[in-house]
Each structure stands twice: as structure tokens, then as C-alpha cells.
Design a protein around this ligand. Structure first.
Ligand code: ITT
Length: 176
């Protein structure tokens, strides 16, 4: 069996994302390795970011790659931070986002994920989308998982946050 079969490279700087993707694809017999190339991020919606990054990375590596670009869309903030989620997380953190939501009764939010599979050699590009509806919690939960996990729950503003689920439990419901 060629090495190219059953193995893909994930383009990400986020090691927690790698763990989640491995746990999702492992049962299908797909081995996921970290791609040693930069994720080139253009400005645009998550679908475009994902597609461009995957095509560039696969042409550099000459291997099949997967890129997952995700974002948190808060209803009452008109979808902010959405495609700017990384920047917002870096600058505001979870405490800053909770501050923006102070006094807001409508706490609905959606995590969205745009995944692109690209293989420069076979010229294949496939796009996948996932999302999960939930709520911005009133208070942060345990610092675990990554990113917005401590302040997002599918159960309600006081429900169990993603950060308090095991990787398998989160995988069953998450946008990824
Ligand atoms: P790469 O772009 O290098 O893959 P990233 O962490 O920046 O890693 P994204 O751009 O996809 O990943 O994510 C945008 C932001 O949303 C970022 O701050 C993430 O931490 C956060 N995020 C994405 N998926 C998440 C999840 O499942 N749980 C919590 N936060 C998440």
C-alpha cells in the first residue's frame, strides 16, 4: 500500500485541533500527521480561508492535506467574531467576549467549521461544512480544551461547557 493512501496532513498551528481531528478520523483508518508548512490565511469568510490555505499547502507539500478553519458566530453581535475569531480570541480572550455579552439575555451562538481536503497531485478539492448551535455561558467554565471551549455550551448559558467534555464527547456534538 502506498504511503499516500490512508494518510493526510493537517495544516494547523493548533495542537488541540490536531488531537480532535485525529480522534475523529482515526476510526476511519485515516492517519493524520501535522503538516510542516504554514497555514496561509487570506482575509475572507472561513470557506475561502480554508480553501486557499489547503490548495497552497498541498502544492507546497505535494501531499493530500486538510485545513479546518473555524469561527464562533454570536447572534446578538451580528455574527461577530465569525471569521475574525482568532484575532478576537487573541485580543479579547474569553473574558473580553463575556464582557461584550454583559447584560445580554440572548446568548445564542454558533460554531462553524469549514474543512477543505486538497490533493495537488490528483487535483482533487473537496469542501465540507459543520456547525453546532449553542450558547455563550454566563461565566467561564474550567480552563481546558482550547479557544472558546470554556465559554461555549450546547445546553444553555449555564450548561456544561465544551471545556468540561472529553475529546470524544465534544467530537460527538461539535462543529468539527
Ligand atoms: P489554525 O488556524 O492554525 O488551525 P486556530 O486555533 O487559529 O488554528 P481557527 O482559525 O480555526 O484555529 O479558529 C479561530 C478561533 O476559534 C481560534 O481562536 C480558536 O481557538 C477558536 N476555535 C476554533 N475551534 C474551536 C473549538 O472547537 N473550540 C473552541 N474554540 C475554537
Amino acid at each position: 500500500m502506498s504511503d499516500r493512501i490512508g494518510r493526510i496532513f493537517l495544516v494547523t498551528g493548533n495542537s488541540n485541533k490536531l488531537l480532535e481531528v485525529r480522534s475523529i478520523l482515526g476510526p476511519y483508518g485515516i492517519r493524520v500527521e501535522p503538516a510542516r508548512v504554514e497555514k496561509v490565511e487570506v482575509q475572507g469568510d472561513i470557506e475561502l480561508v480554508s480553501r486557499v490555505a489547503a490548495v497552497i499547502a498541498s502544492s507546497e507539500l505535494l501531499e493530500p492535506v486538510v485545513v479546518d478553519d473555524s469561527g464562533l458566530y454570536v447572534e446578538v453581535l451580528n455574527g461577530f467574531p465569525g471569521p475574525y475569531s482568532s484575532y478576537a480570541y487573541e485580543k479579547l480572550g474569553n473574558s473580553g467576549l463575556l464582557k461584550l455579552m454583559e447584560g445580554q439575555k440572548d446568548r445564542r451562538a454558533t460554531f462553524r467549521c469549514a474543512v477543505t481536503y486538497a490533493d495537488a497531485l490528483s487535483r482533487e478539492i473537496k469542501a465540507f461544512a459543520g456547525e453546532v448551535e449553542g450558547f455563550i455561558r454566563l461565566r467561564p467554565g474550567k480552563e481546558n480544551g482550547f479557544g472558546f471551549d470554556p465559554i461555549f455550551s450546547v445546553e444553555g448559558p449555564e450548561g456544561k461547557p465544551f471545556s468540561e467534555l472529553s475529546v470524544e464527547e465534544k467530537d460527538r456534538v461539535s462543529h468539527r
